[in-house]
Design a protein around this ligand. Structure first.
Ligand code: ADP
Ligand code: MG
Ligand code: MG
Length: 917
């Protein structure tokens, strides 16, 4: 990273240029991401066209003061322009040698919804003639002018279509002219045509706004700056900020930069590139460019861009490529991460226009972090901080089955090869529209969405599909972008494929597929096959779960493991898993779990014919009958626990006593057939079963006869479970396996509830130790999942040796909202931002989180070494993991496959907390 930069108070404008650069890469908050990095690039000697950045503070002031600029701003702006004139040797408004600039918005992070960049500012009738003379290219000069009028008229003066279905007003005028002069393409318009177009554009602006287009460059500049600030508060930007929780008072910076031109002929070009492949992470130059083009032409998809490596062979711009390749290395070295950058070549000379950390797939993330840390280009801290925990899921996505894949190749089913834009394998029926894709996906079919190219309208279909295939578009196309961000399998720009939407066909090399036919795409290689290809577990699962692959044979595993090992070095939060069976425990341990945070004993009640004994127990009138039924269950439970203890090999096991309401074990009221069966099994009448079902029926099972309430009314259940746990512990100890049972009493709101259960547990423990002659350590604690439990946590901690927050129930009880029927209003609540996120997915920090904090503080006030964890769904949610770290929990517990996500999130939480100190 660049060195820290000092700053004077009230400085409103920062220069970047050869003679002087005020800002730096560490000033993103003040200069925006774009401005800070332009300064950083200038400082390390990269060829950046000079310019200046107006700070975000000016924007903040502007809004705080009824859209007025701070005192002295006008004077500073004039000085800045004068500085730029000196720096470039050109002059604003000088017909002989005009200074032209771009005006670019720039928040801390690139933000859709902000103002579009205005290029070529400074042009008017006189300077356009000057530009023509200076370049000897009249067409270029007048084309630049008409582009400027179009951009300025649109974004600054508001000449925009009024309804969604209208044409763009400028496009209309251009279209009309093209009709009159009988040309089809923009490039066919001559200088004279363009001069006419400029005239008509000016008239359009006048007619539309009642104001003339400003000739004076300084007036143009002031207008553009106000428009950038104005766009900070436009609807799209506001909505975006709300969605991503970006505060309004960050403001945006404005970058004013001298223009360079990629559209000056065959020796000029413009492009975008990544320093490494953002889909696979390979250390190869990745990007594309267009000769004789300006601005967003590459991304807009008007012409098909060329691959960056082709540049080397181009006799005009080949030499600039050599420099670009050097820049690629310089950028990585200085920014310490893969860069996504924009460049322009003007008459063989290279200019850098932007750089930022590149977005990447999970595969690319682990590979790049692994490689760059080893190459000493990236710090280990950055390797951890820059990952998206949730995205690690992508590494578990299926790949092609090796045999089926070879078979498909042998059969010659390979149709085409495009760009490997999103790693993984997708197979399914081919759909040519987003609607069809959604429709089929809803029916449970695997779908591959194939489009000539995709646009934001296709988003829902893309989400519904297993994979995305496009015929057109490169690395910066919409499809590739979405694939990178959502982790979708994607092959982009398979140019040999022809899709005919009208006929509903996809053709390539003599093969024709109809919509609905099977297709398979390999997003790791770019290959497209016709027909289905069986998929297999991801390499990660093959190594860790199925154990059919050795770690040394899987690169992906090695990269993943490198990151996880690194994460474990940084994190302080423990990671446990929610698991009820030995195989689940083994998987979770393979993924890095350090113990069980929640073992739900009731899941064991459903296996095989145990449910009959459970029902007998429920049905029994007399305590002695109940005990008999429980005695049948005991050996089953004991066996289960033994299996779990063995799988844990000495790691802690937090086991919860029976929690759900008893009616869940009986066929429900409308299930007459089920009741009949139970009556037969248990040798009783249907009427009797029905009576019982009625009696146990709960209006709101969440608040009813469940949790520790069961164990208090029917202590023999707790007794049986405690006995099963301790006998299992003793048995496994005899085998030489260490055990660490933690017995957890659910739904405690009163200390006395816990006391009564603990009494039973301790008594049984003593009995079992005596009977078996084995001594074992164990602890008894409680789940904190009702508000009263949080508020009286100090009392409860007198008895409890540990707490575990059951945030599913705590959220339900704190919000008075039942998770199962919240679907009828919660989506609307999220839309209206009554809740920012689904509180059942991410902890409601201000409400439920506050209760947790009270629980932690009060609990530890009585027992300062109180171990506290969380075992609700939230334990695997990255933002909730960060919250848990911050309130001082000892561990989080989540489902086995989310363990890697929690490990990375926990490491990030520790690093972020350390950075704040
Ligand atoms: P965005 O934030 O949407 O990426 P930019 O400010 O990067 O917008 O501008 C878009 C494009 O305009 C750039 O990629 C670049 O091609 C072009 N551009 C911006 N400033 C200049 C300039 N000074 N000279 C030449 N082209 C420029
Ligand atoms: Mg850009
Ligand atoms: Mg619960």
């Amino acid at each position: 990273m660049a060195k820290k930069t000092s700053r004077a108070a009230n400085k409103m404008i920062y220069f970047f240029g050869l003679s002087r650069t005020d800002g730096g890469g560490d000033m993103k908050a003040l200069l925006g991401g774009k401005g800070a990095n332009l300064a950083a690039m200038t400082k390390i000697g990269l060829p950046v066209p000079p310019g200046f950045t107006i700070t975000t503070e000016v924007c903040v002031h502007y809004y705080k003061n009824g859209k007025k600029y701070p005192d002295g701003f006008d004077a500073d702006l004039k000085k800045a322009v004068a500085w730029m004139e000196k720096e470039t040797g050109k002059k604003f408004g000088d017909p002989k040698n005009p200074l032209l600039v771009s005006v670019r918005s720039g928040a801390r992070d690139s933000m859709p919804g902000m103002m579009d960049t205005i290029l070529n500012l400074g042009l008017n009738d006189e300077t356009t003639e000057g530009l023509k003379k200076a370049t000897g290219n009249g067409r270029f000069a007048w084309d630049s002018y008409r582009r400027f009028l179009q951009m300025y008229g649109d974004v600054v003066m508001g000449v925009q279509k009024k309804h969604e279905h209208d044409h763009e007003p400028f496009e209309d005028v251009m279209h009309q002219l093209k009709k009159e002069v009988k040309v089809k393409e923009d490039v066919e318009l001559t200088e004279v045509h363009l001069q006419e177009l400029v005239k008509r554009y000016k008239k359009l602006i006048k007619d539309w706004t009642g104001k003339a287009f400003p000739n004076d460059p300084m007036t143009q500049l002031e207008g553009a700056i106000s428009a950038v600030f104005g766009s900070w508060m436009n609807e799209r930007a506001i909505i975006y900020r709300q969605k991503y929780r970006i505060p309004d008072d960050w403001g945006t910076a404005v970058n004013v930069q001298s223009m360079v031109f990629g559209n000056m002929g065959e020796d000029s070009a413009t492009g975008v590139a990544f320093t490494r492949d953002p889909a696979t992470g390979e250390n190869v130059f990745y990007g594309e460019y267009l000769v004789d083009a300006q601005g967003e032409d590459v991304v807009a998809g008007v012409r098909t861009p060329l691959h960056i490596s082709d540049m080397a062979k181009d006799k005009n711009i080949g030499p600039a490529f050599k420099e670009l390749d050097k820049v690629r290395k310089t950028l990585e070295k200085n920014f310490g991460d893969v860069q996504d950058f924009e460049f322009t070549i003007e008459k063989k000379k290279l200019y850098m226009l932007q750089t930022r950390n590149g977005k990447r797939t999970a595969l690319a993330y682990v590979k790049i972090a692994h490689d760059m840390v080893k190459e000493k280009l990236m710090t280990p801290e950055h390797a951890i901080k820059s990952g998206d925990p949730e995205a690690l899921n992508q590494l578990l996505q299926p790949i092609f089955d090796t045999k089926a894949y070879e078979q498909a190749r042998k059969e010659g089913r390979l149709m085409a090869t495009g760009l490997a834009a999103g790693p993984g394998a997708a197979t399914g029926v081919v759909a040519f529209s987003a609607n069809k894709a959604e429709e089929w996906a809803k029916k449970g079919k695997g779908v591959v969405l194939a489009r000539i190219e995709t646009s934001p309208e296709d988003l829902r279909g893309m989400i519904a599909s297993n994979g995305i295939l496009t015929c057109r578009g490169g690395v910066s196309s919409h499809a590739a972008l979405v694939a990178r961000q959502m982790g979708k399998v994607c092959v982009a720009g398979a140019g040999d494929i022809e899709i005919d939407y009208h006929k509903g066909t996809l053709k390539c090399k003599g093969v024709t597929l109809k919509e609905g036919d099977a297709i398979s795409i390999n997003g790791s290689t770019g290959e497209v096959f016709h027909g289905a290809i069986a998929t297999a577990d991801s390499e990660l699962k093959q190594v860790l779960v199925a154990k059919t692959m050795k770690p040394k044979d899987s690169k992906v595993y090695q990269y993943y493991d490198f990151i996880m090992t690194l994460a474990d070095k940084f994190r302080t939060l423990g990671i446990r898993t929610n698991a009820d069976q030995p195989d689940q425990v083994e998987n979770a341990i393979a993924f890095g779990a350090e113990g069980i945070g929640l073992c739900r004993t009731e899941h064991m009640f459903f296996e095989g014919d145990r449910i009959i004994a459970v029902r007998e127990m429920i049905l029994a009138e007399k305590e002695s009958d109940r005990k008999e039924a429980l005695a049948t269950l005991l050996p089953y439970q004991q066996k289960d626990f033994e299996g779990i203890f063995r799988a844990l090999a000495g790691r802690p096991a937090c086991i919860r006593l029976l929690d759900p309401p008893l009616h869940e074990f009986l066929p429900q009221q409308d299930n007459k057939k089920g009741q009949q069966e139970v009556a037969e099994q248990l040798n009783t009448t249907v009427a009797e079963v029905n009576r019982l079902v009625h009696e146990l029926h709960e209006f709101n099972p969440m608040l009813g006869f469940r949790g520790c309430r069961l164990g208090i009314v029917r202590p023999e259940i707790s007794e049986m479970q405690a006995r099963a746990i301790f006998q299992a512990a003793a048995a496994v100890l005899k085998e030489g396996v260490k055990v660490k049972p933690e017995i957890m009493v659910p739904l405690v709101g009163f200390k006395k509830e816990l006391d009564l259960q603990v009494e039973i547990i301790h008594r049984v423990a003593k009995e079992v130790m005596k009977e078996t002659g084995k001594k074992f350590a164990y602890s008894v604690g409680t789940m904190i999942e009702v508000p009263r439990g949080c508020i009286t946590a100090d009392e409860i901690a007198e008895t409890a040796e540990f707490f575990s927050f059951g945030t599913n129930d705590l959220t339900q009880t704190a919000l008075g909202m039942s998770r199962d029927d919240s679907g009828s209003f919660l989506p609307r609540y999220q839309e209206l931002e009554i809740v920012k996120n689904n509180p059942f997915a991410s902890i409601d920090e201000t409400g439920v989180g506050q209760l947790m904090k009270i629980g932690v503080d009060k609990g530890r006030s009585k027992r300062n070494d109180l171990k506290i964890g969380i075992c609700g769904e939230h334990g695997g949610d990255p933002s909730s993991v960060v919250f848990c770290h911050n309130i001082g929990l000892n561990y989080v517990s989540c489902s086995p496959f989310r363990v890697p996500i929690a490990r990375l999130a926990a490491a990030q939480a520790a690093l972020r907390a350390a950075a704040k100190k």
